[in-house]
Unconditional design. Structure first.
Length: 210
């Protein structure tokens, strides 16, 4: 009886040990950190029109969390949530009314497949995938004895292509990268397409993961 109990305890310990090793291996394949940088192109483009007043004022930085799942043979899957402060105010005078539109917080969510070349300290990489963005906007219509306000969320999708270098330093990985995004939507206002996304955008980003 004692021998059987000892065997059961031994098997239970081996099972727990294998589970712990499997969990440790899974955690080791997941890297988390932060990614940030600066846009190399303007986020918005504005056409001139004497009837419309446009004042874009987007901050020149991008930052947010990043998660990377390491796969075999140098592949990985990366998900980012990048924030930028997108400010603009637009006003249009009509015959008997005034329209004012504005926007502020913008988020971009790239989902990328990454390939890293073999290396120990330095690993060049390429990545590609899709991106989704969302920003909030509001619109105010003012006429004689009439004021209406509305809040909207604007969404877009894009294709992403990038490349960079992963640098291994003690405890962390540093990944400078140039990333290009082609957005599908360009018109983002009701001002006769005067305010648009720049469909082709470039960013310089640096990721720090653990």
């Amino acid at each position: 009886m004692g021998k059987a109990r000892s065997m059961l305890n031994s098997r239970a310990m081996r099972t727990v040990l294998l589970c712990l090793l499997g969990t440790t291996s899974a955690v080791a394949q997941l890297a988390v950190g932060v990614r940030g940088g600066v846009p190399l192109t303007d986020f918005l483009s504005v056409a001139s029109n004497p009837m419309v007043t446009l004042r874009p004022n987007s901050n020149r930085f991008v930052i947010g969390p990043t998660v990377e799942l390491h796969l075999p043979v140098g592949f990985a899957v990366e998900v980012d949530a990048l924030y930028r402060r997108l400010d603009y105010t637009a006003g249009q005078n009509l015959v008997d009314a005034f329209i004012r539109s504005s926007a502020n917080n913008a988020w971009e969510f790239p989902l990328l497949v990454k390939y890293k070349a073999p290396g120990v300290l330095l690993r060049p990489f390429l990545d590609s995938g899709v991106a989704f963005n969302h920003w909030t906007a509001n619109r105010q219509f003012t006429a004689v004895q009439l004021v209406t306000k509305s809040n909207t969320g604007v969404n877009g999708t894009g294709l992403v292509l990038g490349g960079g270098l992963e640098i291994h330093v003690p405890l962390i990985r540093v990944s400078p990268e140039i990333r290009f995004t082609h957005w599908s939507a360009k018109d983002i206002s009701d001002f006769s397409s005067l305010l648009r996304f720049n469909q082709n955008q470039a960013e310089f980003l640096i990721g720090i993961t653990f």
